[in-house]
Design a binder for this molecule. Structure first.
Ligand SMILES: [Mg+2]
Length: 249
């Protein structure tokens, strides 16, 4: 095998945004998991990654080789004795949560790009343990509405600037088309890559990262600073092709 461990972004890499992986993807991942460690990293919370990836893998998959890094790498889980166990979790304290939520509300007020009186699709501000996520239209907003909300990125850029001003002590990342992920400082996908390398005792130079947003400013780009090999894809079909190539080498 060319690589000793594989890391995949989830949304638009293993599956369409917030959708479960396809049966073909499940089969391909199972073959890769039979060879060695495979990790999935996402801004999403653990339960979503389990529902959309882990629970979709075929019967007999070597789950002990699967590693899950939810909330942008703020936590790492492994499957042992039939359950998911935390390897580490950089949880936000109650005080952090309160400070962040107030900062978000001030940023919204300052920019005026979100009208809190408008009904939302599910919660706009969600606590995810190690991360707080702000979704302009709500957690469950349909993709068709989300892509129309800020096609020019102007609202997101305004909001980003206001959030950084209000919450300089935290790490703030633009998530998908409408969302922001806020964690403790220093937590990002690069942190997750380093922690996984340490935990597996596999040097980063023997690992590969596959993601759809490795371009400058994309939410996978930060991993490049670790020196990990990267494979850029634009959709799950391309990822399948890469996995097939990994299996051949
Ligand atoms: Mg992605």
């Amino acid at each position: 095998m060319k690589y000793r461990a594989y890391i995949f972004d989830l949304d638009e890499t293993l599956a369409e945004s917030k959708q479960p992986i396809s049966e073909r993807m499940g089969g391909a991942l199972a073959l890769l998991l039979a060879q060695g460690p495979v990790a999935v990293i996402s801004g999403g919370k653990l339960s979503i990654i389990l529902a959309n990836v882990a629970n979709r893998l075929p019967e007999g998959t070597r789950m002990e080789n699967l590693y899950i890094l939810p909330t942008c790498g703020a936590a790492l889980y492994q499957h042992r004795n039939d359950s998911w166990q935390s390897v580490y979790a950089e949880l936000l304290s109650d005080i952090d949560v309160e400070v962040i939520e107030r900062g978000i509300l001030r940023a919204i007020e300052k920019t005026g790009v979100i009208d809190l009186n408008e009904p939302s699709h599910g919660e706009r501000i969600e606590r995810r343990g190690s991360q707080i996520t702000l979704s302009a239209l709500g957690q469950e907003a349909p993709l068709s509405e989300k892509v129309l909300w800020d096609p020019e990125r102007t609202k997101r850029n305004m909001l980003m600037k206001a959030l950084v001003d209000e919450l300089p002590q935290f790490s703030i990342k633009m998530g998908g088309t409408t969302s922001f992920d806020i964690t403790k400082p220093g937590i990002d996908k690069a942190y997750g890559v380093r922690k996984l390398s340490e935990h597996l005792s596999v040097p980063i130079s023997d690992m590969v990262y596959v993601g759809d947003a490795l371009f400058p400013g994309g939410n996978d780009a930060v991993v490049k600073e670790t020196g990990i090999h990267t494979e850029a894809v634009t959709n799950p079909d391309e990822t399948l092709t890469r996995i097939e190539a990994f299996l051949r080498t």
